[in-house]
Design a protein around this ligand. Structure first.
Ligand SMILES: Nc1ncnc2c1ncn2[C@@H]1O[C@H](COP(=O)(O)OP(=O)(O)OP(=O)(O)O)[C@@H](O)[C@H]1O
Ligand SMILES: [Mg+2]
Length: 234
């Protein structure tokens, strides 16, 4: 479904992504792990087209690397960015509608029902101003808003950031649920243990490069991953 070949991202003299190759098959959940500054967010931004990149990005066999962001969204990719990117002064409902600008009007009701079903709290709070939601609710809104564009591939950048463990569990339950609805998921996470638990495969990225890849089970058992990303000693 997604194949990225020799992806490079430069910010002036800073080479943030230095030739990344990765793949995601339809139906998979794939996680990218790595320390701060490894180039994880830059990789997702390059895939959605919000930063300039070099290399090939194939989606359903078609090279989308020269397309604009909204054209990539139309092809079925969406990015739920780090820091959420919701409109704080708009209501929950208005935020959701803003995510649906590319889909036909008659589909909007169906999409709203879909996301309200995944996140019942958002239905209860549909008239509430987004800025007054809790951190967890804001994250749910950000994911729900991304889903309003009817993606085949949902990319999530650090959905657990700044949230209490119990809320993180809840969010990851919903991510699994979204995947069960046929949506493939590319996840960037620092919370490696919970991310690997729900994903099929993973990539470890360091200083702009993929340094390790494998099935999630193998990565969880890998000594280096254990020590560096799972907080397990010995
Ligand atoms: N707009 C930008 N201009 C200049 N440098 C940037 C820009 N965005 C990112 N960088 C640099 O590129 C490198 C990779 O950043 P990126 O945000 O992709 O890392 P990351 O793996 O997502 O890190 P984190 O875990 O902290 O979110 C960093 O050194 C960062 O400072
Ligand atoms: Mg990041």
């Amino acid at each position: 479904m997604l194949e990225v070949k020799d992806l490079k991202v430069n910010y002036g003299p800073v080479q943030a992504v230095k030739g990344v190759n990765l793949k995601l098959e339809k139906g998979e959940i794939v996680t990218i792990l790595g320390p701060n500054g490894a180039g994880k967010s830059s990789t997702l931004k390059a895939i959605i087209g919000s930063v300039k990149s070099q290399g090939e990005i194939l989606f359903d066999g078609k090279d989308i690397s020269k397309l604009k962001v909204h054209e990539r969204v139309r092809h079925g990719i969406v990015l739920c960015p780090e820091g959420r990117g919701i409109f704080m002064s708009l209501t929950v409902y208005e935020n959701l509608i803003s995510g649906a600008y590319l889909i036909p009007k008659e589909k909007i009701k169906e999409k709203l029902d879909f996301v309200y079903n995944l996140f019942p709290i958002l239905k209860e709070r549909k008239k509430q101003i987004a800025g007054t939601l809790s951190g967890g609710e804001q994250q749910m809104l950000a994911i729900a808003r991304s889903l309003m564009s009817s993606p085949k591939l949902l990319m999530l950048d650090e959905p657990s950031l700044g949230l209490a463990p119990i809320i993180v569990e809840e969010i990851f339950e919903v991510i699994k649920n979204i995947n069960k609805n046929g949506i493939s998921i590319l996840l960037v996470e620092q919370n490696a243990s919970i991310a690997l638990k729900i994903s099929d495969r993973g990539y470890v990225m360091e200083t702009g490069k993929i340094v390790l890849k494998g099935n999630s089970k193998d990565l969880i058992a890998n000594e280096e991953v254990k020590n560096r990303y799972l907080g397990v000693k010995g």
